[in-house]
Design a protein around this ligand. Structure first.
Ligand code: SIN
Ligand code: MN
Length: 213
């Protein structure tokens, strides 16, 4: 595991191309399947309107990020099953330890599943965490996507680059609150996931470390 970072043109946005090699990607995918990610992924809905997203989601670790008609929030239990989220895979814990430069562990591993070839994610900020001093670490698996990074207001100038399977992207420091999103997924660009598609695993620290027991 491990590659040198590439500058993306945005201070605090760091790309590690191919950080996980093919064998590690396949191991992680098997572990995610075992944890029920594919079987139990659900379709989130938008706050207020209840409009369904084009992706499906699941969570691993002590806290899960949830979006539904009542809003965005973190939950210790899966609201669809009423049970705690499965444990965070060791490989994701290790990625956080190696790359986050943050003294406390990640609490949420959000899994975004881009299964529909038209699935995308509009520009948004990750701002539901109290620990904004910790970076957001995201790992891509499967088909390549066109990832967009903007500024600190929705209409700011933005630019895009590709994220391929095994790539790790960090949004930290001055860029922690940059708008970002996924324009599209390039179907057929990876053989990792049977049937195609893309998975994104996002690690976040949610609570301030000194506020936890
Ligand atoms: C996200 O911002 O939550 C997901 C980004 C991605 O799918 O790469
Ligand atoms: Mn995000």
């Amino acid at each position: 595991m491990g590659t040198a970072p590439l500058a993306t043109g945005f201070e605090g946005v760091t790309l590690y191309p191919g950080y996980l090699d093919g064998a590690a990607q396949a191991d992680l995918l098997a572990e995610l399947a075992q944890a029920g990610v594919f079987a139990q992924a659900y379709r989130p809905t938008m706050p207020r309107t209840g409009k369904p997203w084009s992706i499906t989601q699941f969570n691993l670790g002590p806290l899960g990020w949830v979006s539904d008609i009542s809003g965005y929030r973190y939950e210790a239990q899966n609201p669809h099953s009423g049970t705690p989220w499965p444990a965070m895979p060791d490989m994701m814990r290790r990625l956080w330890d190696e790359l986050s430069d943050f003294p406390a562990p990640a609490e949420c591993c959000l899994v975004n599943l881009y299964t529909d070839p038209k699935a995308r994610m509009g520009l948004h900020q990750d701002r539901d965490e109290a620990a904004l001093e910790a970076p957001v670490l995201s790992l891509s698996l499967g088909d390549t996507c066109v990832f967009r990074v903007g500024g600190f207001a929705r209409g700011d100038k933005s630019s895009s680059f590709r994220l391929a399977s095994g790539d790790v992207l960090l949004l930290g420091g001055a860029s922690r609150l940059r708008f970002h999103g996924v324009d599209r997924v390039i179907a057929g660009s990876s053989q990792l996931i049977r049937g195609g598609g893309r998975l994104n695993l996002t690690l976040r620290r949610v609570t301030k470390p000194d506020a936890t027991p």
